[in-house]
Design a protein around this ligand. Structure first.
Ligand code: AMP
Ligand code: MG
Length: 560
């Protein structure tokens, strides 16, 4: 077994199994045959008599052999082995001589609320330190797990990805000497004498793959289209606008003699030399470059025939709503008393998708510890990042933090931030085994349940973490100074992230106007909002019209 956890409580044998079905099955199979023996002992059988024949006798009675009991379950994949139940004492055991006897309580931070203790024994003030936003962001930077590097095909799905390698051009662009205009390939004098004159049209070159071309000599013209390969010997191209047709064939369809009117055509005009756009062997993109949707980076990759490329893996993000009161947004019929339509999940999924990350709908979890644990485990098997909303306040049904710490063995890096809205925002990482048996860390952001709080904290904290994980720099929303279009009241204690519309004025400066009521339940405060104002706390109560404040841009600036 990878990490067996078993013990005796009174006369009960406690065997915990990993969370993944595969791991659970393997581990259970490994101990099943020996359980009857363990049960006999636990109920008080005479172990001296029981163990008389030594290990061999026990194993043969149980139908296991030493070798098979070893290879029977050496690996368990996925999930955790920390699926503890809470039938244990809460005392600590640090005073022992010799090896420290670890109890379950050693494994979780002492801060964690035990959800099984009920409302009367929950904490009445949050045990989590209140962090400043910058300190919370620093922890995100430190604890967001390192990137994986993957090789992916070069296609449109690359947009948004960050390169994990420098890319050099294996081919030159253009790959042949090409004409820049429609006109006539010529051999112009190199001694400065006039290029004008009447010449026979001896060949035609179109922009299409063609075999051998005949040599062009001085005194001859070759009609050529834009992008077509120059005939060997040609040293310049004269555009059709600078020529006149002199003699055509009898049927009038072909040009026989054309006059070049331009007198000073120099060698090299209107020619794209080999590699003049992209030199073979040159570095076209650098590690850390992001493939944008403007086409430049992808254009470079495909132009030189790059078929696959190393990029930073972009996290797959699961989105989960929690709360017994939350119902699917399109559940038909009227709401019954206490029901709330799920606003957060669709809204958050839209935002994540807009940021270019794959998003997975994890549904709604109810407010019970077991349901939550099961849902979180299932989610963490599928995704790299999990975003939950609700269940992080101080109510007795706010189970996210204890479930992450106690049931999942995760680490909560912060559980409270001094900001408005979004105080209970929680950031955690959970150690799991991936499908190949590697130890990896998954990220959980547990955001407040109120929709405006959830979306503000999503922008403020989750985006930087996603950026760090996927190699995007700088991480997070761009910060720009703006001026207030009207006075705004300040909060005395907490920095406020006030939803605003930012316009670019005719003077070229940015002006911010509030979207109105900022209560954390009012998702409408985000309607049309393209920025979050970073309002400082007091000392004065109000910032006046025209005052400068920083804003975090969530969307494109509007033009007035
Ligand atoms: P909680 O953090 O679970 O105490 O939730 C705080 C508030 O947000 C409560 O009024 C919840 O009903 C509300 N809320 C939680 N989740 C959602 C959701 N997915 N959609 C809309 N409101 C929610
Ligand atoms: Mg709730």
């Amino acid at each position: 077994m990878s990490r067996p956890v078993a013990g005796v409580y009174g006369k009960s044998i406690v065997v915990t199994l990993p969370g993944s079905p595969k791991g659970a099955k393997e581990n259970l199979q490994a101990v099943l045959k020996l359980l009857p023996h363990a049960c006999l002992q636990a109920t008080g059988a005479d172990s001296r008599a029981l163990h008389g024949g030594g290990v061999e006798k026990l194993e043969s009675e149980a139908g296991v052999s030493s070798s098979s009991s070893h290879d029977g379950a050496t690996h368990s994949h996925g999930g955790h082995d920390h699926s503890h139940r809470h039938s244990h004492s809460h005392s600590h055991h640090h005073g022992h001589a010799g090896p420290v006897r670890h109890t379950f309580d050693d494994l979780v931070s002492p801060e964690a609320n035990d959800p099984l203790l009920g409302p009367a024994r929950r904490h009445r003030s949050s045990p989590y330190a209140m962090l400043e936003v910058d300190d919370a962001l620093a922890l995100i930077k430190k604890e967001t797990p390192a990137l994986q590097i993957i090789t992916v095909p070069v296609d449109v799905s690359l947009v948004g990805a960050v390169l994990a390698e420098d890319v050099t051009a294996a081919e030159a662009v253009p790959a042949y000497r090409a004409s820049i205009v429609d006109g006539y390939a010529v051999v112009v004098p190199t001694d400065g004498s006039s290029s004008a004159g009447r010449f026979p049209v001896v060949s035609v070159t179109h922009a299409s793959p063609s075999g051998e071309q005949a040599n062009l000599f001085a005194g001859q013209l070759s009609r050529i289209t834009t992008g077509a390969p120059l005939p060997p010997g040609a040293n310049s191209v004269v555009m059709v606008e600078d020529t006149t047709l002199v003699v055509s064939s009898k049927d009038g369809k072909e040009e026989l003699i054309v006059e070049i009117r331009a007198e000073d055509v120099k060698p090299g005009e209107n020619i794209r030399e080999i590699g003049s756009d992209i030199e073979v062997g040159s570095t076209i993109l650098m590690k850390g470059d992001q493939i944008s949707a403007t086409g430049g980076e992808l254009g470079l990759l495909v132009s030189v025939g790059k078929s696959d490329v190393k990029v930073c893996h972009r996290p797959v993000v699961g989105v989960l709503s929690t709360g017994d009161e939350i119902v699917q947004h399109d559940r038909p019929g009227d709401l019954t008393l206490g029901e709330v339509r799920d606003c957060n999940r669709p809204a958050i999924m839209a935002v994540i998708k807009g940021w270019g990350y794959e998003v997975v709908d994890m549904g709604i979890a109810s407010d019970t510890s077991d349901s939550l644990e099961e849902t979180l485990r299932a989610a963490l098997r599928q995704v790299d990042f999990l975003i939950t909303t609700g269940g992080v306040s101080m109510g007795e049904l706010d189970l996210l933090k204890p479930t992450i710490e106690r049931q999942l063995g995760g680490k909560i890096h912060f559980g409270r931030v001094s900001m408005k809205p979004g105080k209970p925002t929680t950031f955690a990482t959970v150690p799991v085994k991936d499908n190949d048996g590697n130890d990896v860390k998954k990220v959980i952001f547990s955001l407040p349940g109120n929709p405006a709080s959830a979306i503000v904290t999503l922008n403020l904290f989750v985006l930087p973490s996603l950026h760090i994980a996927s190699g995007v720099t700088p991480a997070g929303l761009p910060r720009v100074p703006v001026r207030l279009s009207h006075p705004i009241r300040l909060d005395r204690q907490r920095n406020e992230y006030h939803r605003v519309v930012v316009n670019i004025g005719t003077d070229g400066s940015l002006w911010a106007s509030s979207t109105g009521g900022q209560r954390s339940s009012r998702v409408g405060s985000l309607k049309s909002a393209n920025a979050l104002l970073c309002l400082p706390t007091g000392p004065s109560d109000v910032l006046g019209k025209g005052e400068k404040v920083d804003a975090l841009l969530m969307g494109a600036v509007r033009v007035e």
